[in-house]
Ligand binder design. Structure first.
Ligand code: G3I
Length: 370
């Protein structure tokens, strides 16, 4: 009896191994079309949850740090840098032979207040801010020179109406802070790709402003390789048409596209987008799926994922990378943004670290475009 049991278990393990080997990864399935990446947190990089770490290593051809390379975490004080996490992440990506994106050099959020104030607590001069930007960028980009495929040089510099966000960078330096950032990044690593990154790029007025920015940067002799469209989506917005219209506009302007932070929330949204300065209070009606997702909603979400993924594939001549902003429904930022303590289901892997069925449909779709 015992021998029969052992051989049955052996067979099951063997079948499971063969099945997982037969399962193509997203990175493999999209090879030759675009990179398929994931935003990773430090628990995953450190192997604190080995299943997630293994999934990230096997499923994706690119990674981006969710937080550890942002201005505040990596440069918390004027004369202090914190390299440990970023060093670990870069080594992790290299070990897995994954393209690594640096995120992000200049952003109005997650940046130390020291960046903008002098010893008396007053706004620094334009010259001083420019010098602080140069030091930050040359230190961070320089440290990983030749190891990072590309950098989100400036993140979220526009409002949805196409006007400049009145960040401290803009208030002190005007719109030229963007040009300076790209110049400093290029000086620090001439071979690195450089990107401008933003959310709601599907909004025509914002897309127009971004196209103009790219044209201005190119006229000024700056390197800019692509625009990152964060693609934080909801069940109804952005529409497929508005997304395609933005792709057409960018492609017609000779601009490559990165889908940099893709997720599709199934929860009711107090607003559409990912403006991190928004916030809202918890209520049960805004958190309707704590006990699971009704099949009709799941099917709608699956269709939304496949429709958008099909569009990315349709524009694979200019879409160079698709990155999901997190691995599982358990670790997504959306469980706590814009409303704290909800249960969202925006990712390709569920709370048990299992691939959702839609991933196999995505892989079949990618194969069709080969
Ligand atoms: O690391 C600290 C920890 O030491 C502290 O105990 C804890 C409690 O305060 O906070 C931890 O920092 C948090 C950080 O995530 C790391 O977990 C910050 O509070 C929290 O604000 C931060 O949230 C990140 C958010 O950007 C910040 O705006 C999210 O994880 C991250 O997914 C999100 O990502 C941004 C992109 O970078 C840019 N596009 C929008 C996107 C969503 O906001």
């Amino acid at each position: 009896m015992k021998i029969e049991l052992i051989s049955a278990v052996t067979v099951i393990v063997l079948l499971a191994t063969l099945h997982s080997m037969a399962q193509k990864s997203l990175g493999e399935a999209t090879k030759g079309e675009f990179l398929f990446g994931v935003a990773v947190n430090m628990n995953q990089v450190k192997g604190i949850n080995p299943i997630e770490t293994e999934l990230i290593s096997k499923e994706f051809s690119a990674i981006v740090p969710e937080n550890c390379m942002k201005p505040q975490p990596i440069h918390p004080k004027k004369n202090r840098y914190y390299w440990k996490d970023a060093d670990k992440l870069v080594t992790f990506g290299e070990k897995n032979n994954q393209a690594i994106t640096g995120h992000c050099l200049i952003w109005h959020s997650q940046i130390g207040k020291w960046f903008f104030i002098d010893a008396d607590g007053k706004d620094v001069s334009p010259e001083e801010l420019k010098e602080r930007m140069r030091q930050h960028i040359s230190k961070v980009v320089g440290r990983y020179k030749g190891r990072i495929k590309g950098w989100d040089v400036v993140n979220e510099a526009f409002e949805d109406d196409g006007s400049y966000r009145k960040s401290k960078f803009y208030q002190i330096l005007g719109k030229d802070f963007i040009k300076y950032a790209f110049q400093f990044a290029h000086e620090a690593d001439p071979n690195a790709e450089l990107y401008y990154n933003d959310y709601n790029v599907e909004t025509p007025s914002k897309c127009d402003a971004i196209v103009e920015l790219v044209k201005d940067l190119r006229t000024a002799g700056c390197r800019i390789d692509a625009v990152g469209s964060q693609s934080h989506m909801h069940m109804n917005l952005p529409t497929l048409d508005s997304t395609e219209a933005s792709f057409k506009k960018l492609r017609d302007a000779g601009i490559h596209i990165l889908i940099t932070e893709w997720d599709i929330s199934i929860l009711p949204s107090p607003y559409e987008g990912a403006n991190v300065s928004a916030n809202f209070n918890y209520s049960k009606e805004m958190d309707p799926y704590r006990d699971g997702v009704p099949d009709v909603i799941q099917q709608k979400w699956n269709k939304r994922i496949l429709d958008m993924f099909g569009l990315f594939l349709k524009y694979r001549d200019v879409v160079d990378r698709v990155t999901v902003w997190g691995l599982t429904d358990n670790s997504t930022w959306l469980n706590n943004f814009p409303i704290h303590g909800r249960k969202d289901y925006p990712m390709l892997f569920d709370r048990n670290n299992q691939r959702k069925p839609v991933v196999d449909e995505m892989i079949k779709l990618a194969e069709k475009f080969k």
